[in-house]
Design a protein around this ligand. Structure first.
Ligand code: F6R
Length: 606
């Protein structure tokens, strides 16, 4: 989704901004631009498409300004054209914006009736017009932005430059993340930490409805009434190197291989092998009061939530409901203070999940979040956070965030199971022992990627794929299908295998590869029946099976084996070949694996 970088300091900043925007490329975008102060006025450079186009413009114009704002845009209002790219300049005011101005149509009509002429189709341009009116009325840049924002409804992270005030950027946020980077004699603004992490580790996370005046020698933070707020910088400890490809062709491939380490980091320090208990970072759940757990998430994180239902109901015998953020927030959900709402989000900024969290809190539920990005909005607004510690996930298609979410859910289910009494100490001991052994088994699966390669080559030209799973592996079928479609653009559907005969069986013919997740465990015989039904209709079957299952090979076209583990832990292994299959198919087809078309890493609009 859109990215913002800003700089005020002693150095010419075009390259600094471009470098920051490159580090945000992973969020997805379709045009880019910057505004740089030259003398006392800002000059705008913008281009459609990738940052290389903007880089070309910079090398032609050679701007020297030392105050500037840059932006990568992911189109929401208005097509992905140069004219709709940010910054938008009107009069003396240049603006970049992430989010959506909801009352833009009304404001635009009003401004047009007062003689304003618009040059783009965007909601963002409204802000430039409103601020410029305030500047013309004699207000300082800060007061002009405060005045304009009083009229704006919706979500925004904005940065504003005003001609005649070359030494400052005005930055503000509401429902979209924005951080300030504190340097020495220079300061930064960004929508996400990796953009400026190579420049400073000291960051101020702006809170909801806050504004900052950013100058080279300091930053002033205030609320939207102009009342000063004291915000101390936080030191970011993770390394910028963690956000580099480290010799892999794509971030996604690097992140797939990081999973054993990432899962170790999720579970480490949260387990007592002695008492067979797990800890969720100081968050205590009042078990006597707890009637229900409600998981809310989107996309891949929603698939983790579906696995979470099996885990929590199975190990703790607490009823669980799972919902999508976009559905939950609009259906006046029945939640109360006896519910625990658990949001799951890699980015911690997903608008629908955040809105669901706020709705549940309003209705009295306590909120625990399973989240990867430290200091993100969801993390900050939750009563407790179980950080997954996966490290920065740059590839748009989520991989290590997913398996670490699964590991965190196992921890949560053990925590609850020990407290409800449904999980006795001995069983918990066994489960924890198996969980601790899992990263090594994940590594084994990843090290045997060659078999996936052969399969990927065979089916890379297929038009459709079907993924089938049962029980705890049904969400893995959904996840396998999602991974394939988002990066290879092949149509893929995930289905609970038992539902096949109620519809999808009509799709099966000799051209349809069907991936069947069939590890040993309860439901194994049933899924073998489904497999035979596919074969009887000449579908091509790729099975994900347990090591040691020597029978399945004769019934299918291809088998990928994974270590034989207890059902609760199977998803952490069965998903790995599916991630690799999606990756290899996409790479063979030559798609943009890390930044697939139309997708954004962090979906901060609904
Ligand atoms: C798919 C993917 C998305 C995200 C979804 C939620 O690979 O990455 O489906 O899972 O947009 O994002 P988070 O987890 O950041 O809330």
């Amino acid at each position: 989704m859109c990215g913002i970088v800003g700089y005020v300091g002693p150095d010419p900043c075009a390259e600094i901004l471009l470098d920051g925007l490159r580090r945000l490329e992973y969020r997805g975008y379709d045009s880019a631009g910057m505004a740089l102060i030259e003398g006392t006025e800002s000059k705008i450079l913008r281009s459609q498409g990738k940052l290389t186009n903007l880089a070309r413009l910079l090398s032609e114009h050679r701007p020297t300004g030392t105050t500037g704002i840059g932006h990568t845009r992911w189109a929401t209002h208005g097509r992905p054209t140069e004219i709709n790219a940010h910054p938008h300049k009107y009069g003396k005011v240049s603006v970049v914006h992430n989010g959506i101005i909801e009352n833009h149509a009304m404001l635009r009509a009003e401004l047009e009736s007062n003689g304003h002429k618009f040059s783009s189709e965007t909601d963002t341009e409204i802000v430039a017009h409103l601020v410029d009116d305030e500047v013309k009325a004699g207000r300082s840049p800060k007061d002009a932005v405060l005045g304009a924002l009083r009229r704006v409804e919706g979500a925004y992270a904005i940065c504003v430059l005003v001609d005649g005030a070359p030494d400052q950027i005005i930055a503000a946020r509401h429902d979209a993340p924005l951080i300030l980077g504190i340097g020495s004699g220079e300061n930064f603004v960004a929508s996400d930490v990796p953009a400026i992490l190579n420049r400073t580790r000291d960051m101020v996370f702006l809170e909801e409805k806050e504004l900052a005046v950013v100058r080279a020698d300091g930053v002033e933070v205030m609320d939207l009434d102009g009342k000063p707020v004291d915000r101390k910088p936080q030191r970011i400890l993770w390394d910028a190197m963690m956000a580099e490809k480290g010799g892999h062709k794509h971030f996604m491939l690097k992140e797939i291989h990081e999973q054993p380490r990432a899962v170790t980091d999720t579970i480490r320090d949260r387990i007592s092998a002695k008492t067979a208990e797990t800890f969720i970072d100081g968050f205590e759940i009042e078990i006597e009061k707890l009637r229900r757990v409600v998981f809310v998430a989107c996309g891949t994180s929603y698939h983790a939530a579906l696995v979470g239902k099996f885990l929590v109901e199975g190990l703790a015998r607490v009823p669980v409901e799972v919902d999508l953020g976009s559905e939950f927030r609009y259906r006046d959900p029945l939640v109360s203070d006896s519910d625990l709402l658990v949001t799951i989000s890699q980015s911690g900024e997903t608008a629908d999940t955040l809105a669901a969290l706020r709705e549940a809190k309003r209705k009295g539920a306590r909120v625990l979040s399973i989240c990867n990005v430290v200091g993100s909005t969801i993390a900050r607004e939750s009563d407790g956070v179980l950080y997954t510690h996966a490290g920065p996930e740059i590839g748009v298609a989520s991989t290590k965030a997913f398996t670490t979410q699964l590991a965190a859910l196992v921890l949560l289910a053990i925590y609850l199971g020990r407290r409800t009494g449904a999980l006795d100490q001995e069983s918990a001991h066994e489960l924890i022992k198996d969980l601790l052994a899992l990263p090594e088994q994940m590594k084994e699966v990843l090290d045997r990627g060659a078999s996936v390669d052969v399969i990927a080559r065979r089916y890379a030209t297929a038009r459709d794929f079907l993924y089938l799973g049962r029980g705890i592996n049904y969400p893995i079928a959904l996840e396998g299908a999602l991974k394939l479609k988002e990066i290879s653009y092949i149509h893929a559907e995930g289905y609970p295998a038992g539902e096949m005969k109620h519809g999808p069986i009509a799709l099966i013919d000799e051209n349809l590869p069907v991936v069947i997740i069939a590890p040993r465990g309860s439901g194994y015989e049933k899924i073998i029946n489904n497999l035979t039904e596919v074969r009887a209709r000449e579908g091509k079957v790729i099975a994900i099976a347990s090591r040691g299952d020597n029978e399945i090979g004769s019934m299918v076209d291809d088998v990928i084996q994974v270590p034989d583990v207890r059902p609760e832990l199977q998803p952490l292994l069965t998903v790995l070949p599916l991630q690799m299959l999606a990756y290899r198919v996409a790479d063979i087809r030559g798609t943009d694996v890390d930044q697939p078309r139309n997708l954004a890493k962090s979906v901060t609009v609904e």
